[in-house]
Design a protein around this ligand. Structure first.
Ligand SMILES: Cc1cc2nc3c(=O)[nH]c(=O)nc-3n(C[C@H](O)[C@H](O)[C@H](O)COP(=O)(O)O)c2cc1C
Length: 181
C-alpha cells in the first residue's frame, strides 16, 4: 500500500479488542514518529504507556476530578478500560528563545497523529481521546506531570474487531481548503 493510500485509509476505531502492541512493538513506531518536523529539535513531548491497573487508576482519577460517587463514578471510571493500552501524549514545554510554546505543541500533535497512523498501518485500532478531565489535577498527578507539561490526551489502542463498521466518511473536497494567493 502506498503512503498516500495508507494515510487516506486511516480511521479511528472506538471499539477495539483486548489485544495490544507490546512495549517492544511500540518502540520502532515511536522512533519513526519522532521524525516529525521539530523546530530546534527540542523533542517537546513524551509518551506514557498505561496498561492493566494503570487504566483503572486513571478511571479513579476521572471520577475524583468530578467528585462523583456510586454508579456514575463507576461508569466514568470504566472509560479508560475501553482499550488494553492507552498511550498518554504529553507536551513538554521546553525553554527556548526562538521556539514558541505553540510551535512546540504542534510538534507534539504531529507525533501523536503520526504514531496513530503508524499503529493503524500496523493493523491496530486507534482512537485519540481527551475528554473533559484531561487537565484535572488528579489526572495530572497520576501521570506525574511537571508544571511545564500538559496532557494532550490518550491514544486508545487495541485489536481490530472482526466486524468493523463500513466506512461512512463523507467525500472531502480538497478544493474547499486549498486556495492560492
Ligand atoms: C486532540 C484530539 C482529541 C480528541 N478527543 C476525543 C474525545 O475525547 N472523544 C471523542 O469521541 N473523540 C475525540 N477525538 C476525535 C476522534 O479521535 C476521531 O478523530 C473522531 O471520532 C473522528 O473519527 P475519524 O478519526 O475516523 O475521522 C479527538 C481527536 C483529537 C485530535
Amino acid at each position: 500500500m502506498s503512503l498516500l493510500d495508507a494515510v487516506a485509509a486511516r480511521k479511528s476505531h472506538s471499539k477495539v479488542t483486548s489485544d495490544a502492541p507490546t512495549h517492544a512493538e511500540l518502540l520502532p513506531l515511536v522512533a519513526a514518529a519522532a521524525s516529525v518536523a521539530d523546530y530546534g529539535s527540542l523533542r517537546p513531548w513524551r509518551l506514557i504507556e498505561l496498561r492493566d491497573d494503570a487504566r483503572s487508576r486513571l478511571g479513579t482519577a476521572f471520577a475524583e476530578a468530578v467528585g462523583l460517587e456510586g454508579h456514575h463514578a463507576e461508569k466514568l471510571a470504566s472509560k479508560p478500560l475501553r482499550a488494553s493500552l492507552l498511550i498518554a501524549v504529553v507536551a513538554v514545554n521546553k525553554p527556548s528563545h526562538k521556539v514558541l510554546p505553540w510551535e512546540q505543541d504542534v510538534a507534539t500533535a504531529g507525533v501523536a497523529h503520526t504514531l496513530s497512523l503508524l499503529l493503524h498501518d500496523a493493523g491496530w485500532g486507534v482512537m485519540w481521546r481527551t475528554g473533559p478531565h484531561v487537565d484535572a489535577p488528579a489526572v495530572r498527578e497520576l501521570h506525574g506531570l511537571a508544571d511545564n507539561e500538559r496532557l494532550f490526551g490518550w491514544l486508545y489502542v487495541g485489536g481490530l474487531p472482526e466486524k468493523v463498521k463500513p466506512e461512512k466518511k463523507s467525500k472531502f473536497d480538497p478544493e474547499s481548503v486549498l486556495s492560492q494567493l
